[in-house]
Design a binder for this molecule. Structure first.
Ligand code: R5P
Length: 224
């Protein structure tokens, strides 16, 4: 199976996971990226079964709206029952690196408001140790050089993601050569650097359910 077929299989599995819980007043939290897009596409035909969605990026909001799914402001919704999103890396504790598409901050905010985070990923995203994928850090533009120097002190090789502006008007630094022993601690330490908006480690609040696409089928892991 190709990587795209594995992504499609986990998108199908996520629909099966949430479909029995859809109610007329349900507002879903929806992530960003190629795997989330496949999930969004499958959500379209179910649009009359639920109220709408909160999106973690302008791109996802546009895709959802094009399918007739109403978009809500998170501030007007409060808690969402599910947040469904992909990952760049995920480990056995369902901690993740996210933000390859620069959507990490809004993703983390919507995930924080979700009762259940369902991570959908093809098998290539599963790792024993997080960090081979460069860890994204969203920064306030004027703090970029300062934050980069602080990241060097933590052992990372920071690289400015040229030409990328986040939906929040900020910039991204990617941390290369930075294998992560203690994800929750590194998440907190990077977030404590002045000028950091957030980083792409989803460790303190990881996923609750992982749907991992493998050639022999979708493997489901539930922590809670
Ligand atoms: O900012 C982007 C997100 O964190 C994505 O969820 C992540 O990059 C995975 O994207 P994809 O499903 O395209 O591999």
């Amino acid at each position: 199976m190709t990587q795209d077929e594995l992504k499609a299989a986990v998108a199908d599995a996520a629909i099966k996971e949430i479909e029995p819980h859809l109610e007329k007043d349900t507002v879903l939290g929806i992530g960003t990226g190629s795997t989330a897009n496949l999930f969004i596409d499958r959500l379209g035909p179910l649009r009359d079964r639920f109220k709408g969605a909160v999106a973690s990026s302008d791109a996802s909001a546009k895709r959802l709206e094009a399918l007739g799914i109403e978009i809500f402001e998170l501030n007007n919704v409060g808690e969402v029952p599910f947040y469904i999103d992909g990952a760049d890396e995920v480990n056995a504790n369902l901690q993740m690196i996210k933000g390859g598409g620069a959507a990490l901050t809004r993703e983390k905010i919507v995930a924080a408001c979700a009762k259940r985070f369902i991570c959908i990923a093809d098998g290539s995203k599963y790792v024993n140790q997080l960090g081979n994928f460069p860890l994204p850090v969203e920064v306030i533009p004027m703090a970029r050089s300062y934050v980069a120097r602080e990241l060097v002190k933590l052992g990372a090789d920071p690289v400015y993601r040229q030409g990328v502006i986040t939906d929040n008007g900020n910039q991204i630094i990617d941390c290369f050569d930075f294998m992560i022993d203690d994800p929750a601690s590194i998440e907190a330490r990077i977030n404590a650097i002045v000028g950091v908006v957030t980083n792409g480690l989803f460790a303190q609040r990881g996923a609750d359910v992982l749907l991992l696409g493998k050639t022999d089928g979708v493997e489901r892991t539930a922590l809670r």
